[in-house]
Design a protein around this ligand. Sequence first.
Ligand code: NAD
Length: 497
Amino acid sequence: MSRKIYQNLIDGEWVDSESGNTFENLNPADTREVIGTFQRSGRGDVERAVEAAKRAFHRWRLTPAPRRAEILLRATQLLEARKEEYARDMTREMGKVLQETRGDVQEAIDTGYYFAGEGRRLFGATTPSELPNKFAMTVRAPLGVCGMITPWNFPMAIPSWKLFPALVCGNTCVIKPAEDTPLSCTNLVRTLVDAGVPRGVVNLVTGPGSEVGTAITSHPDVRAVSFTGSTEVGRKVGEAAAGSFKHCSLEMGGKNPIIILDDANLDLALDGALWAGFGTSGQRCTAASRIIVQKGVYAEFLGRLVERAGTLRVGNGLDESTEMGPQINRQQVETSARYVEVGRKEGAKMLCGGERFGDDARRHGWFFQPTVFGEVERGMRIAQEEIFGPVVSVMACNDLDDAVAIANDVVYGLSSSIYTRDVNHAFRAMRDLHAGITYVNAPTIGAEVHLPFGGTKATGNGHREGGMGAIEFYTEWKTLYIDYSDRLQRAQIDRPE
Ligand code: NAD
């Protein structure tokens, strides 16, 4: 079977990388399967893409926002029609189960509909002037060329969170997807092209972060960088962007807690913990990798969690009965295995899992067993560091105050959750958990696209994706004063009666 070759999109043309170099995209459930060959681009490709985006900006910013939105609407309708095909592509390149990849495409669809509506809003404000016969208002202006760098775990949803709001606001884009999942972003960009996005408005450049990513973050003509990925890389992106005063949005790692109090509905909490701990094989920025359980229900909860984790069906995500797929690549499996060792050495009790699956059906993929540690102490590395694998740490707490203190005692602050039937406990947790998102009686995952998404501390630098937060990021305010008095009026100095 001939291998499919995918190209960059630069200035409306599908093209090879300047160097002609390529890389292979492998199926993590069976690495013998090559999903496709993609362009291994470099700085020169980024420069051409930025040049094209700069040229396209002059017209795109003047295209009325409702017209821009119509293109987004058409793209979204195409995504809807292609949902199953793109979900299958995503499961093949990324590994997560079909139900989840359908959800990932659906998230892009929801985002498309939301921001298509924004084309007829993009509201500014009018406000009275302090002077007579003078009018004051604010309008939103686009930024120019926006660079976007995305991770592999939500390979279509995250690019859509960035592209759709940037485009409706009148910006042009250069996007670089993760090396492990370039196909889903290519599929998204293809729908925009098919929907009629003008040439140069969206450019796609695939390749390594060390070359394509750095070329974007250091390019003087890129006015904004939106990055989602690890905290380690995010720090570098932030530093590079600061050099030319780019707007810079960083969405990074997490170590998200679920608190389960004695008065919780334990069945519900158990379902939530399994979904948040092992969904996407623990490879979500919002995955619950710490479960903090009050002493009265700790033993019962832990026993039931271990039992359920041990029976999860782990396999190829294309099989509808599979509950958990593989990890993305060798490095992620090795990270999980390394943290299992760390946890053991630190004295935590490993209660199930802990190894790669070695049977015939799974030895060609990156499958790691659902793993649960009990007796985890808050200072242990497995309770502090992001593992990004199916490894869950269960910790005991005395009461709500103790639980919140443990929950907040990490460098990250993305998502958090509490299971309780006491409304007072719920409200105190909502107030005191230091995270961008708190769920009550629901797990740490489940964000909806019209609400702000992002985190505190080492998770983010204060911006939010989703809903209005994205519009704030992709525009800047212009303040307009219109004086129709026909004379010089001095603010603060002339003070009419
Ligand atoms: P990563 O940081 O390794 O890579 C992210 C992207 O950055 C990739 O496209 C990569 O090629 C690029 N990159 C690498 N080095 C670069 C550099 N020096 N300059 C510019 N770009 C560079 O992350 P990953 O492994 O793809 O994704 C997993 C991480 O993403 C986890 O830490 C997870 O928590 C985080 N994540 C966060 C969110 C969120 O919204 N907070 C969402 C999803 C994933």
